[in-house]
Write a protein of this length. Structure first.
Length: 310
């Protein structure tokens, strides 16, 4: 059976979610501005790496867990002199070759293959050109070349690296999609793979936040938009009538703290969108969600800055 990161939902819900995602993509910022989020992440990585290790991205050994369908972050890091490796459950469509689509079909299924093919020609090629221009404006040249030795397509917890292999391990919006058995294997491995002076920057989308259900109507970019919605605020914690087209482990911020603290010192927690969804937390909804603290309800995407306990 093909392995992939999607979840079993009805065809009707799948089409609705895919249509919403397409509309969001079409209304995203265009041109150089669309790449600003990647440069913001890069600046944050550099800041934290220097603050806690004295190193910078240049010449650092970096491992990304869950680089996604478009390994743009890896390309940016490489362009700034990092030595980068990455892993993802789904194979990306990088070069527009028929053999790639066949491989994606076999390993990740027909749905993933079709989506990858369409996305490549609608968005991916223009995105890469835009990123290359943005990097040039910063005085660098884009490096979008990935060797077979640097890309892995599997459950990250199945990998094996030597101790002290990396200075920095990063993950963005991925840990919420990893099963608990895999997390219990992966987290100790991350601590083992990191240099004693290394850093892990893990940013999951916390389930208890308003965006935690991963419904497109409540993505961080749409929470404050006045749009017609079928679902309600914190739908996934309340009526739970709709399902996203992806697996979620449903971990809370408290759960992540407990998991990480077994093998790491948690140096910082940074909420990317403080109080996101506050305008939707009416007294009625707050009463309905009274078992959850505001710390959980407004968590959304939280960066855990982690130092391994050696």
């Amino acid at each position: 059976m093909p392995s992939n990161s999607t979840a079993p939902i009805s065809i009707k819900e799948k089409i609705r979610e895919l249509f919403n995602i397409l509309c969001m993509r079409l209304h995203e910022p265009k041109g150089i501005d669309s790449m600003q989020r990647l440069f913001d992440d890069l600046d944050e990585y550099n800041e934290l790496l220097f603050k806690f290790t004295g190193k910078t991205i240049e010449n650092s050994r970096v491992f990304e867990i869950g680089f996604g369908a478009r390994p743009l972050r890896m390309a940016l890091l490489q362009s700034y002199g990092a030595h980068v490796k990455g892993v993802d459950l789904d194979i990306p469509f990088l070069h527009g070759k028929f053999s790639e689509i066949i491989r994606i079909w076999k390993q990740n299924g027909s749905e993933r293959a079709i989506k990858s093919f369409i996305r490549y020609y609608l968005f991916d090629l223009s995105e890469r050109n835009t990123l290359a221009k943005a990097i040039e404006l910063h005085g660098k040249k884009m490096n979008f070349s990935f060797s077979n030795e640097n890309l892995f397509f599997c459950d990250a917890s199945e990998l094996e690296f030597q101790p002290n292999s990396f200075d920095l391990i990063i993950s963005e919006d991925v840990f919420e999609h990893i099963t608990m058995p895999s997390l219990l294997k992966l987290i100790p491995k991350i601590a083992h793979w990191l240099d004693s002076n290394g850093l892990a920057l893990i940013r999951p989308n916390i389930y208890t936040g308003i965006s935690g259900g991963h419904l497109t109507e409540w993505f961080p970019s749409t929470v404050n938009c006045e749009i017609k919605r079928k679902s309600e605020p914190w739908e996934h914690l309340r009526k739970n009538r709709f399902r996203p087209n992806t697996f979620l482990n449903k971990l809370s911020r408290k759960d992540y703290r407990a998991l990480f603290s077994q093998r790491f010192c948690i140096l910082e927690e940074r909420v990317k969108y403080p109080y996101l969804g506050k305008k939707w937390l009416t007294p009625e909804i707050q009463h309905e969600l009274r078992e959850y603290s505001e710390d959980e309800l407004f968590s959304n995407t939280v960066l855990f800055v982690l130092k391994p306990i050696k």
